[in-house]
Design a binder for this molecule. Structure first.
Ligand code: TYD
Length: 642
């Protein structure tokens, strides 16, 4: 498989290069011709896929594979020998059609050769064999460009150009594969069972109705299409783009190889490096970044720089590709998964055909342009311009799908990035839930309890189920902890012990009260939550606010409120409202001022999640402000309906 995939990639490079070569320097003709190669490669799968799948089931697998490989050997060999457009396309279509029969037979044979528990690793090796060989093929193609020169002098240019030599090697790879399959004795005789051909029309309809319903899947599919749209543009335009940079086949091979090197880097290392971020965020963000690099690529006129940019571009594209597929696997329930995957794959194929057809046409229509600025001449050609366009579209799609999939609508990407650098994000990907989580924070005497009650009543009046709770003391264990923490008789508690006790109260509170309610889809309103610890135990006492935050995140498994109201009031006024003082309330004024400042700091960093309310206003004015903000929550039932 590795050898025949290698041959396949080499063949792709060679046929596109040949298409360009046959155009004889005509810019638009070259563009159209390259588009043609891609289209004829993809079309058979779209049109004949279902039929071939059915036929493939009827024949003896081993003989079918050997026959297919021999056919492909002759077809590839014939392309350079005939050497015109008509045969280039016809042979390509035929090769693809033959491959349609070969693939299901191969697919069905692997499970026969490998024990069940090794299938997973077998799949990985298969992936490696099919995609890992692309950069190798690219390197070989570049090297061939070096030997092609002398060779074509010795023989004739018509038979010994880079593209032609690559095609001979490609042909041989299939002959070799036929021989290998011939030697595999473990293959059971008889037709492959269960290798079903997918029906594109059916899977499109079935998947579409499902995908439409979920915003996340929706955003995911839009994003993946965007990614393939941009990728298709790069692949389709690579040969002319390289030509515009005054480089030849060797450079084309290297550029092609860089795309795949980048992809491989992104796929293998990306998820590890960005493990602190939620997948939903990585997906949209990396798609956007990769598109921005595509825009950058379109402005570059230096080959070496172009290669570096291509690697980075590929890495982010690869990252969004794996995250996308992983998410599809995770977010879609078992029974729907097969259909959704088939749907996405069909969409991808169709969009690839479209973009491979459109991109070169656009490039050809734009043509070659030079601009003269005093003594400088800048050439900006159709290929670069189309890449720019694809980059802009990709960026837009990335931003859209990022917004569609935001898991914690209230938390900005920037605060995530900041926290990730401080190593504080740890697994914010924590399971999502159906409910809404609102916390009230603020200094002493800021009127939190009054406002939590009013908000609770309001939300119930519009048909929501509300759980009102508080910290410390929101659970039976919490009540005991509260007693220890707040009683004046307790005396001094070491700052770390105090922080841990609040965290313990919170951990149990989340476990016993908050999480279950959120999972039921209810609204939880809590009087104080983790920001109180950051402000009181962090800024108020001697501990680092970031350390305290980390303990709380661990305690709550990163359950973060959807929305946090900070009831802001000068410490002096707030303390003046109290009738008696507990252990914390009797801290000096400076302590409470530090607490207030920390709350405002937190709100400043992440305005999406926090709303600062001036707590010196009247009760009604405050309630009106809070209602206004809550009414905008997209998860509210009244907002969901329309
Ligand atoms: P509070 O909730 O204001 O209760 P009351 O209704 O009695 O005013 O008081 C709880 C006290 O606990 C308050 O002084 C702040 C303090 N606290 C912390 O120091 N850290 C925390 O994490 C939490 C939740 C509260």
């Amino acid at each position: 498989m590795a050898f025949s995939s290698f041959g396949d990639w080499l063949g792709l490079l060679a046929t596109t290069a040949l298409a360009q070569q046959l155009a004889g320097g005509n810019y638009s003709k070259a563009n159209f011709a390259i588009a043609g190669v891609f289209i004829v490669r993809l079309l058979p799968a779209v049109l004949l896929g279902p039929i071939a799948g059915v036929f493939a089931d009827r024949f003896d697998r081993r003989r079918l594979m050997i026959l297919c490989d021999i056919l492909r050997f002759f077809l590839y060999l014939s392309i350079p020998l005939v050497g015109n457009y008509f045969w280039l396309y016809t042979a390509t279509v035929l090769v693809e059609a033959v491959t349609l029969f070969w693939s299901p037979a191969k697919e069905a044979s692997v499970p026969n050769l490998i024990p069940k528990n090794k299938l997973e690793s077998a799949n990985q090796v298969t992936l490696l064999a099919s995609y890992g060989t692309a950069p190798i093929a690219a390197i070989v193609f570049s090297l061939l460009a070096l030997v092609a020169g002398p060779l074509s002098k010795a023989f004739s240019e018509r038979y010994a150009s880079t593209a032609n030599i690559a095609l001979y090697i490609d042909a041989l790879s299939f002959l070799y594969t036929a021989w290998v399959v011939f030697g595999i004795k473990g293959l059971p005789k008889g037709p492959a069972v269960g290798a079903k051909g997918e029906n594109i029309g059916k899977s499109l309809l079935g998947g579409f109705s499902f995908v439409r319903k979920s915003q996340v899947i929706n955003g995911l599919v839009i994003g993946m299409l965007g990614a393939f749209f941009a990728a298709g543009a790069v692949i389709g335009l690579a040969r002319t783009f390289v030509g515009d940079l005054k480089a030849g086949d060797a450079a084309y091979g290297v550029l092609f190889g860089s795309v795949f090197t980048g992809l491989a880097l992104g796929i293998s290392l990306g998820p590890k490096i960005f493990s602190q971020f939620s997948r939903r965020r990585i997906f949209g963000a990396s798609l956007t970044i990769s598109s921005i690099f595509l825009i950058l690529l379109s402005t570059i006129t230096n080959l070496v720089l172009a290669l570096i940019v291509t690697i980075i571009l590929g890495a982010f594209a690869g990252l969004s590709w794996v995250t996308g597929f992983t998410m599809l696997g995770l977010e879609v329930e078992d029974e729907m998964r097969g259909r959704v995957f088939a749907f996405v794959q069909s969409l991808i194929r169709i969009s690839l055909v479209l973009v491979l057809a459109i991109a070169p046409v656009v490039a050809a229509a734009i043509g070659r342009h030079s601009f003269q600025y005093s003594s400088y001449t800048v050439t900006y050609n159709g290929a670069a311009f189309t890449l720019l366009l694809a980059g802009v579209i990709g960026t837009a799609v990335g931003v859209i799908s990022y917004h569609r999939m935001k898991d914690r609508p209230s938390i900005s990407l920037w605060s995530d990035i900041r926290n990730a650098f401080r190593g504080e994000l740890g697994g914010i990907t924590g399971a999502t839930h159906a409910g809404i989580f609102i916390s009230f924070e603020g200094g002493e005497g800021s009127g939190k309890s009054t406002q939590t009650k009013l908000l609770g009543e309001y939300l119930e009046s519009i048909g929501e189920t509300v759980v009102l709770t508080r910290e410390p003391g929101g659970s039976p264990i919490g009540v005991q902890l509260r007693q220890i923490l707040l009683a004046n008789e307790t005396g001094v508690i070491s700052p770390r012990a105090e922080a841990l006790m609040y965290a313990a109260d919170r951990a149990h509170h989340v476990f016993a009260v908050i999480r279950p309610a959120l999972d039921r889809g209810e609204i939880v309103i809590t009087d104080r939550y983790l920001d109180s610890s950051i402000a009181y135990q962090g800024a108020g006492r001697v501990l680092q606010p970031s350390e305290v935050a980390r303990i709380s995140r661990w305690a709550t498994e990163s359950l973060t409120p959807t929305l946090t109201f900070i009831m802001d009031i000068p410490a002096e006024i707030g303390l003046g409202r109290l009738e008696s003082q507990d252990r914390l309330e009797s801290e000096p004024l400076a302590f409470h001022e530090r607490v207030r400042r920390e709350f405002l700091n937190l709100a400043n960093i992440d305005p999406e999640r926090y709303a600062v309310i001036d707590a010196t206003q009247s009760v009604d004015a405050i309630h009106a402000q809070i209602k206004e903000r809550v009414n905008h929550l997209p998860l509210l039932k009244i907002n969901k309906k329309n």
